[in-house]
Design a protein around this ligand. Structure first.
Ligand code: 5AD
Ligand code: SF4
Length: 479
């Protein structure tokens, strides 16, 4: 077991490196170290997840490990013996929220000194954040990085039994650890990692430093997981990667995302989604496979980030506005009913009004079903953070509001088109607000609230759409 007094702190310099080092695939069955097996007996944990689906999936692994140790999950931090935050570092406001919450909950430690506060995920990979936590948030006694999840039992043992602060954050490019336990959040939908990390190094983005280099799981491992999920009753899988188009390139055995998608479709699982696709390197073969199989959902998240070729160039996105539109046209020509969503950053350093208007024009062109839009947030260690920026925050805010207004208009317009139609909905359960109303998602990823008799979660049923709201649809089950 690691020397508890020795912290392993993150290093930005190490995280920025990319080497030729071979990725190790660890396939040994996961075993809890002897002394940690009963550590969670009679204890409760509270886990809060911030950020993207990769974090959601990591939290399922963390829950799996904790529950193997005997911990029980609770919904309220005040009732827990272990309070853990799985965090996101993509924008500063997400980080501020986490730090605020950790500060806010500090009183729990005063009342119960045995409670363990932990922080993991992308913020743990940041050198400056970990130093800040050590300086000003001393009640946080457990910090581990995205490459250290499988060491959680030993780290917890250090804190809970040896009463030592545990900090272990590897800043390496990363390996692949198969066979970790997972407590899946949903019975009929599952996230499936197909690759980890990112090598695109968009100039604004911290992810290549927090999650290491692009490394793909083998097709056999992924297909085995999908088949097991299908056999256990899962209806929908979402294949996850920061940039799924790059799937397989590092394996150098001819694997590609198009081929993986085809193989997953052939398993016969009812619904397949995938995210995120980079517009660069979105192949014709991928489009062909998406078009050819009914169980691949016709919904593509295709982040554009900006509509200006000049801004895209400084962002390091590897495509022009024309190339993005060409790709969009090619997909819609082959799959006319395809729905699209995107991510957009406004107020990138020195973005001019004209460049912003080009982004607005891009939204008019693509008429997205949904867009996640953000104000640019400088991230330490990224090239963009060193750029001077002449755009005042108020201007960025006005641009964000103008953009969101436009986005809402198209979302509303797209939703309106479904009224009167009958769609297939995978039932999640009852609606959060009303237990007489069910909710679920259509093939095109629209959230539908609907009424009906004999509705079971996990079923795929026909629903007639009767009304639309800005973000959701309403309907009735068709008998
Ligand atoms: N500032 C604002 N938004 C960002 N994103 C990534 N990095 C930043 C940043 N520094 C956005 C991108 C990405 C999404 C996950 O988060 O739009 O696609
Ligand atoms: Fe970040 Fe770009 Fe990689 Fe997406 S593709 S995770 S935006 S570096």
């Amino acid at each position: 077991m690691a020397d508890p007094k020795k912290y392993i702190l993150p290093s930005l310099k190490e995280a920025q490196k990319r080497t030729q080092r071979q990725v190790v695939i660890e396939r040994a069955l996961f075993e809890l170290p002897e002394e940690t097996r009963n550590l969670g007996q009679g204890k409760k944990y509270y886990l809060r997840t911030y950020g993207c689906q990769a974090n959601e999936r990591d939290s399922e692994t963390i829950s799996g490990i904790l529950e193997a140790m005997g911990f029980l999950r609770v919904d309220v931090p005040e009732n827990a013996d272990l309070i853990l935050f799985n965090t996101c570092a993509v924008r500063k406001n997400a980080e501020d929220k986490v730090l605020g919450e950790i500060g806010h909950l500090k009183g729990i430690k005063k009342k119960n000194p045995d409670v363990v506060f932990g922080l993991c995920g992308c913020m743990a990979q940041e050198e400056s954040i970990v130093h800040e936590l050590m300086r000003a948030y001393r009640h946080v006694e457990l910090i581990f990085g995205t490459h250290n999840i499988h060491h959680l039992p030993a780290l917890l043992h250090n804190v809970m039994v040896k009463k030592q602060k545990s900090i272990e954050v590897f800043s390496k490019e990363g390996d692949i650890i198969e066979n970790l336990p997972a407590k899946r959040n949903m019975k009929h939908k599952a996230w499936v990692n197909i690759m980890y990390g990112c090598d695109k190094f968009c100039t604004y983005c911290i992810v290549p430093y927090t999650r290491g280099k692009e490394r793909s799981r083998t097709m056999d491992d992924i297909l085995k997981e999908v088949i097991e999920l299908k056999e256990s009753g899962v209806k929908e899988v979402t294949l996850l990667g920061q940039n799924v188009n790059a799937y397989g390139k590092d394996l150098k055995d001819g694997s590609s995302f198009a081929e993986l998608l085809r193989q997953v479709a052939l398993t016969g699982i009812e619904r397949i989604r995938f995210m995120t696709s980079h517009p660069w390197d979105f192949t014709d073969e991928m489009i062909d496979v998406i078009a050819s199989y009914d169980n691949i959902m016709k919904y593509i998240h295709l982040p554009v980030q900006s509509g200006s070729t000049d801004v895209l160039k400084i962002m390091g996105r590897r495509y022009t506005r024309e190339q993005y539109k060409e790709l969009f046209d090619k997909i819609t020509a082959r799959i006319p009913e395809c729905a699209f969503s995107a991510d957009i950053i406004v107020g990138f350093p020195n973005e001019t009004e004209e460049q912003f208007m080009e982004t607005m024009e891009m939204v008019d062109y693509c008429k997205y079903d949904n867009v996640y839009s953000f104000i640019y947030s400088p991230r330490e260690g990224t090239p963009a953070a060193k750029m001077e920026d002449n755009v005042p925050l108020e201007v960025k805010q006005q641009r964000l509001y103008a953009l969101q207004d436009k986005i809402n208009g198209y979302c509303n317009m797209n939703n309106q088109k479904w009224v009167g139609k009958t769609v297939k909905v995978l039932v999640d359960g009852t609606s959060r607000k009303n237990d007489q109303v069910y909710s679920g998602y259509t093939e095109h990823n629209k959230l539908v609230n609907f009424t009906g008799e004999n509705v079971q979660p996990g079923e795929i049923i026909d629903v007639k759409i009767t009304e639309h709201r800005s973000w959701t649809l309403r309907g009735e089950k068709v008998n």
